[in-house]
Design a protein around this ligand. Structure first.
Ligand SMILES: Nc1nc2c(ncn2[C@@H]2O[C@H](COP(=O)(O)OP(=O)(O)OP(=O)(O)O)[C@@H](O)[C@H]2O)c(=O)[nH]1
Ligand SMILES: [Mg+2]
Length: 397
């Protein structure tokens, strides 16, 4: 009887144990299913948090600005990522390089006839947005140099040299520091990347030149001032702002005045996007330049046209018309990472004869690099997977 009872107890314990294990396994499985996989952090912050206006951001003239609680229209800068090195040019140029090199390879290998090769070369260049004129000049320069030689490697090498020569002329760093504040006026069409570039430059100049004041002279677009404030906090720059709708020239004037009083080293003036054909908006730019010059004779020392690399050949007409309003002293080519047509740089250098000061390679504050012609050509022609190995000068600039 005792043996029977022991057997029953053992059996019951076994059944109970098995049951408990079963429940455990089922619970684990359920929990795993319910738990989401780790996701990459979202690039965009959902809504801008309301911010307290900084003392440095107060207008020097007129009433204190009314900063509305964050409106959904704020173009929120890309979410702040942990500090990282500047993006490498080879990575930023990936789309352009893939597009260009595959066409170049086809052009160099599909036929042994020189006419066919050079025709293919022109096509590859035009497809990369080098522009018809610059493409024809480049191919004819290579042909003149090589004569009857149709060895693909020689042609490729000669083309690289010709492009390098054009781009070298466009590689000029910004002017040296001035005795007083160095004033840069940023202009461009809507959405070109002006405000983002101002932020990137503010962060860079703060390290390279000292204190930076940013003028929120885009008083037109709703939430433009708040967008710039977020960026300035991130870049560690002071901001001078007025209310939305106020005169942008007055903001610019206050900014340079504040820069003189506070002995700031650099002033960056963010302006509203404007269509280059609208005369009244171009007059507004002239006025901004005039009033700055009144406060600091000779300023703005530079006026940079921000061009969206994805807009292609229209960039040339933008440069022409903006140049009629203010003397453009340099180009910043934004969004080079977003296009397969980065050859526009060659077109700009060849046709506009303007220095390309910086290139934008992403939405982050560190995604701006000084334009380096050799680095650019090496990255464009690099066959390496990542495209960076072609240049010895790719360390974060
Ligand atoms: N991928 C990429 N995106 C960029 C770059 N520069 C700017 N952008 C994006 O382009 C969009 C427009 O940028 P903004 O800086 O607001 O352009 P803006 O010229 O100030 O625009 P408006 O003030 O409306 O005329 C934003 O979504 C930016 O994140 C860049 O170099 N690469
Ligand atoms: Mg803007």
């Amino acid at each position: 009887m005792l043996a029977f009872e022991i057997a029953v107890i053992c059996l019951s314990s076994l059944v109970l144990g098995a049951g408990l294990i079963g429940i455990g396994v089922a619970t684990q499985w359920h929990l795993r299913k319910a738990k989401p996989y780790p996701m990459a952090a979202p690039r965009q912050a959902a809504v801008a948090a309301p911010r307290q206006p900084e003392p440095a951001g107060e207008s020097l003239a007129g009433p204190k600005p009314q900063v509305e609680p964050a409106a959904p229209a704020v173009r929120e800068p890309a979410a702040q990522a942990p500090p990282r090195a500047s993006i490498r040019l080879g990575l930023g140029l990936r789309k352009t390089r893939e597009n260009f090199l595959s066409r170049l390879r086809t052009a160099l290998t599909r036929s042994a006839r020189a006419d066919d090769i050079y025709e293919g070369l022109e096509e590859a260049l035009i497809a990369a947005d080098v522009g018809v004129d610059a493409s024809l000049r480049l191919t004819s320069a290579v042909r003149t140099k090589l004569g009857a030689v149709n060895d693909p490697d020689r042609i490729r090498g000669a083309l690289k040299d010709e492009i390098g020569a054009i781009l070298e002329a466009a590689e000029q760093p910004p002017g040296p520091p001035t005795a007083g504040p160095f004033v840069i006026l940023m202009v461009g069409v809507n959405g070109a990347g002006k405000t983002t570039t101002v932020a990137k430059l503010a962060a860079r100049f703060k390290l390279e030149r000292g204190s930076v004041i940013v003028a929120a002279a885009d008083t037109f677009r709703a939430a433009a001032i708040e967008q710039l404030e977020v960026w300035c906090t991130r870049a560690g720059a002071q901001i001078i702002k007025h209310k939305q709708g106020s005169d942008p020239a007055a903001v610019a004037f206050d900014a340079v005045k504040a820069a003189v009083a506070r002995k700031a080293d650099v002033v960056l003036i963010d302006t509203a996007g404007r269509i280059q054909t609208k005369t009244n908006l171009m007059e507004e730019l002239k006025k901004i330049a005039r009033v700055i010059d009144r406060e600091i004779p000779g300023a703005p020392h530079e006026a940079w046209l921000v061009l969206d690399a994805t807009t292609g050949q229209n960039a040339l007409s933008q440069a022409k018309l903006f140049g009629e309003a203010v003397k453009i002293t340099g180009i910043v080519l934004a969004k080079l990472d977003s296009t397969a047509k980065g050859g526009i740089v060659i077109s700009i250098a060849q046709q506009l004869k303007l220095p390309v000061r910086y290139v934008g390679l992403g939405e982050g504050i560190e995604d701006l690099r000084p334009f380096d012609s050799r680095e650019f050509v090496d990255a464009l022609f690099s066959d390496a997977e990542e495209g960076d190995s072609g240049s010895g000068r790719t360390a974060a600039a």
